[in-house]
Write a protein that binds this ligand. Structure first.
Ligand code: CMP
Length: 220
């Protein structure tokens, strides 16, 4: 399906572009589908495109030579990735893998740079995205340095929760293995912590949904 101006308008990164610039950008934007598990960006690879998530979720991860992995972030609709290599001309800093079937938009390096040069608001949107990531990374560093695994899991659940009918809930499927890779603990340890949080009344499992009780802030 071709990319429409209406679709581009729904993307926060392009939201401030005047219609004329948006239309000029249309031929440079390509649709990409990524099945679950697809490696969209490989760490260390040369940089070619910027990606925007239309639907689906992807994980940003790094691994060591033994295959041990850490998940730096989970990205969802409206978010962009692949901008770092385009900005500083370095190879990809991390790998990005589809957690579920994803629809993406891809913009070439040349067109991304041209759009940035022509539109200050878009440059600001990219900078705001980078600042948000730095804030999140700072928060993660402080979690790793200052909290034990209980606190790190509690904080992650709070960060991922959304408000539904006055309750904080984590509705998106989050395998324990992924939680482990996000908080820097083993899967077994995360299972134990989740069981203890449940037994202590901090969280309640309803199928795949995790309901957070107000007391969980104390476990942080
Ligand atoms: P790039 O380095 O080109 O390729 C990997 C991408 O992962 C990177 O650009 C960012 O878009 C994204 N990325 C890297 N680190 C983080 C992070 N801590 N949080 C969110 N996204 C990240």
């Amino acid at each position: 399906m071709p990319v429409s101006a209406a679709l581009l308008k729904t993307v926060p990164l392009f939201a401030t572009l005047p219609d004329e610039q948006l239309r000029a950008l249309l031929p440079s934007v390509a649709r990409r589908s990524a099945p679950r598990g697809a490696l969209v960006i490989a760490a260390g690879a040369p940089t070619d495109s910027l990606y925007i998530v239309v639907t689906g979720r992807l994980k940003v991860m790094m691994s060591d030579a033994d295959g041990k992995e850490v998940i730096l972030a989970i990205l969802g609709p409206g978010e962009f990735f692949g901008e770092m290599g385009l900005i500083d001309d370095h190879p990809r800093s991390a790998s990005v893998v589809a957690m579920e079937p994803c629809e993406l938009l891809a913009l070439s390096a040349r067109d991304f740079r041209r759009a940035l040069a022509e539109n200050f608001d878009m440059a600001m949107a990219v900078m705001k995205g980078l600042v948000r990531r730095l804030r999140e990374a700072d928060r993660k560093i402080s979690s790793l340095a200052l909290l034990d695994v209980y606190g790190r899991v509690a904080r992650l659940l709070l960060d991922m929760a959304e408000e539904v009918d006055g309750q904080k809930v984590v509705t998106r499927r989050l395998p324990k293995q992924d939680i482990a890779k996000m908080v820097g603990a083993s899967r077994e340890m995360v299972s134990r912590v989740m069981k203890d949080l449940q037994a202590g009344g901090y969280i309640e499992m309803r199928g795949a949904t995790i309901v957070l009780r107000d007391t969980i802030a104390r476990a942080e």
